[in-house]
Design a protein around this ligand. Structure first.
Ligand SMILES: Cc1ncc(COP(=O)(O)O)c(C=O)c1O
Length: 347
């Protein structure tokens, strides 16, 4: 793995949009992981084809639990602390990686966590994840369906609020996957980081970045960050969730909320939004739905284990890497450099 020191404590976003007052940056941030995450060529035999496939390994970002959630939490936890919110209330399915990461990192920073969880197919992976969630100290509400979650949300927001500083502070509501406009700053930051690695010669400028899409924030933030960094790299999202609208129009609308936030807080009107033609979203590797296994995903989990490739799980990363394999086998990713963003980080 190649590592170049881009920056240690200061996020690239703060360098790109400096505040007049260093003690009051436009966006607060708590550092939770070492940056940059490493880039390296993917092991041969996993996704061969005309394009040269590289991996950016997000699994090593964060010490309590790795993966893509941690970058979002760096901005979310700081935002919740700045608002003096007692508890982050967030949502997911029974095996939610996002819920676990939020529980571990927010509670380590003095912010309690409550989770409203809907059902998903239960296999060994989900059972083990649920046990970790129960051990995390978060308050768990098994709301079972999306509809019941919506109905219960107002009660949960009040139930997890608290009086502080002379006023009532309701729970900090964090959407599924941490994909709020503030959370997506984490992947704007990652886009800037990829550009810095390209400039440092750590990897050639990728024509595509391919990644799994569960709630959309990683793909949306990354597409915006790559654009802000001036790269021509195209985000190709492999949709693994059939419960949310995750087409190109929705992903770019999400990115544009973060672009608006950046414009508002920095006053920089040159920050442009994205249009749906700027990203590709595919549902071809989803299978029967969120959390349902596919033969292509099962096969690449085994192949990656045998080849010493990334440690894949069946819900997100195996479907995304299976897509890279098929697309590159067919020559659909061109003959340049393709970056697979490895978003899973078990500990
Ligand atoms: C391992 C992994 N990869 C990718 C994703 C999807 O990220 P996003 O929700 O930002 O689309 C998740 C979300 O939980 C995840 O756990």
């Amino acid at each position: 793995m190649i590592r170049t020191l881009v920056t240690v404590d200061t996020p690239l976003l703060h360098e790109r949009f400096p505040s007049h007052d260093p003690d009051a940056p436009f966006f607060r941030h708590v550092p939770l992981g070492d940056r940059p995450t490493p880039v390296a060529r993917l092991a041969p035999g996993l996704a061969d084809g005309p394009a040269d496939v590289w991996v950016k390994d997000e699994s090593v970002f964060g010490d309590l639990w790795g993966g893509n959630k941690i970058r979002k939490l760096e901005w979310i936890i700081a935002d919740a602390q700045a608002r003096r919110s007692p508890t982050i209330l967030t949502f997911g399915a029974l095996g939610t990686n996002h819920g676990l990461a939020t529980a571990r990192f927010a509670q380590a920073h003095g912010v309690r966590v409550a989770l409203a969880l809907v059902d998903q197919p239960v296999d060994d992976h989900v059972r083990a994840q649920l046990a970790r969630l129960e051990a995390s100290g978060a308050t768990i509400h098994r709301t079972r369906t999306k509809r019941r979650t919506y109905l219960l949300a107002p009660w949960l927001i009040l139930r997890h609020g608290r009086f502080a500083g002379g006023r009532f502070r309701p729970a900090y509501v964090l959407p599924t996957g941490g994909s709020s406009p503030v959370g997506m700053l984490g992947y704007v930051e990652c886009g800037l980081e990829i550009a810095a690695q390209v400039r440092a010669g750590d990897l050639p400028e990728p024509s595509h970045v391919v990644l799994p899409v569960g709630s959309g924030g990683t793909a949306a933030g990354l597409a915006l960050g790559l654009r802000l960094a001036g790269l021509r790299t195209r985000v190709t999202g492999v949709v693994v969730n059939d419960q949310l609208p995750l087409d190109a129009a929705h992903i770019t609308a999400m990115a544009n909320k973060t672009a608006r936030l950046l414009r508002k807080r920095t006053g920089d009107l040159r920050i442009a939004g994205l249009c749906p033609e700027d990203v590709t979203m595919t549902r071809d590797w989803l299978g029967a739905g969120y959390g349902h296994p596919t033969p292509e995903a099962d096969r690449i989990i085994e192949d990656s284990r045998a080849a010493g490739g990334p440690d894949l799980e069946p819900v997100y990363t195996a479907k995304a890497l299976a897509a890279v394999r098929a697309l590159n086998n067919r020559g659909d990713l061109g003959n340049g450099t393709v970056l697979y963003l490895h978003t899973y980080g078990p500990r």
